[in-house]
Design a binder for this molecule. Sequence first.
Ligand SMILES: O=C(O)CCC(=O)C(=O)O
Ligand SMILES: [Fe+2]
Length: 282
Amino acid sequence: MSKILSQQEAFLKREQLVSDGYTIIPNILKDPLLSKLKNWSTEIFNRVPVDPKYKYQGSDIHVYTEKAWNKMDIKADEKRFPDPIVEELINYPDQIQICDEIGLENLKPRDNVILLSKPPFGPPLYWHQDFMNWDHPEAACPWPTVIFLSYYMNDTSRKNGCLRIIPGSHLKRDRLHDFLPDAHSPEIQSINNLDDPVFQDHPNSIDVPLSAGDLIIADARLLHAAWPNETDQRRTLILAWHEVFSFQTPPTWWEQEIPNVIKHADPNISCPPSRKPSKYPL
Ligand SMILES: O=C(O)CCC(=O)C(=O)O
Ligand SMILES: [Fe+2]
């Protein structure tokens, strides 16, 4: 099988994911699956109205693999349902190959995708991070443990609401950590003023404009947001959460120090989920 990335390129992507909290591999998802996903998501968004609660995320539609769905005991509705296309995306051969080339060991998809839309002239998305285990020593891992793999269905730019990130914020404390409400909580969803600090510009933020089909991989702890959509075209994102490197085993390629809090963590420790950074990031 021929490589997608050279060894050097794959190494640099991995370094970027570890130190900046994200990496981009251009042009991974191609036709026919890209067009199929575009049409499939457009059809869903034409059918399903957005609850105003989700106005900043633009939508909140979770679609499951048939296998995951059959293990769950919930009734399908327009916002939660199974579809075989999810399996097609999660098992997309070039995506699996690229993750392997980068060295993402023990990669475990959560077997669903989240459809996030930004309708024409939709508002910005607030700053947030999506990690849910901040009280656990896992939060101190210098390597990622939870990542999203995402594709935008359209080319994105500042004009139509591209992603914004604060590189390195998955490992380093930022003043935002001290006042942001929990991601996607009623508190942040009910903000009604676009001048609120949760939307403010940040001196270290960078725009992440992408082309449709580019793969972006990011650490769940990374602070991110999105610009408003100032165009008359919908901007759609398909995001799949994955676990990676089972805690507390470091990547086989890890050469740096392993923090004591991870080395000496009780392997049976269990902590209630928390979206709020406490001790970490330092
Ligand atoms: O809309 C985007 O570009 C990002 C969405 C996101 O980060 C989220 O909904 O958690
Ligand atoms: Fe997010």
